[in-house]
Design a protein around this ligand. Sequence first.
Ligand SMILES: [Zn+2]
Length: 158
Amino acid sequence: MKIRVGFGYDVHQLAEGEEFWLGGIKIEHNKGCVAHSDGDVLIHAICDALLGAANMRDIGYHFPDTSNDFKGIDSKILLKKTVEIIAEKGYSIGNIDSTIALQKPKIKALIPKMQETLSKVMGIDLDDLAIKATTTEKLGFVGKQEGISAYATVLIEK
Ligand SMILES: [Zn+2]
């Protein structure tokens, strides 16, 4: 068996009047992510980690933000496609660990729903997707609520 690791990172700007999509679900908040797609940072970080692990470029390469095909797209579709892309090289997901950095709102209670939603999209066990959340102690762009970031590490195998 061949096993490989990958790492992904994503940032989006937060602004009023935008829908807030995170971890595949819509969250009620006075701000949302500014993006060409729905701006789901967690999904984008996971996609980049998967593509990196398979050494198959990055999310911008496969789903360019200059393309109208991806304007306002549900990132769950991109995640499903990413799983298919790495499967072309014979890889499947072992496990995923991730962290979302945001100051507000509190998302602790929403994490099980995110795990359930995303594990279903990827066709993996609930137990193989960890999602953690942290504030940045009011420091930097995350702390000032100007943006949100996410990090993901994955293990893939074939
Ligand atoms: Zn993104």
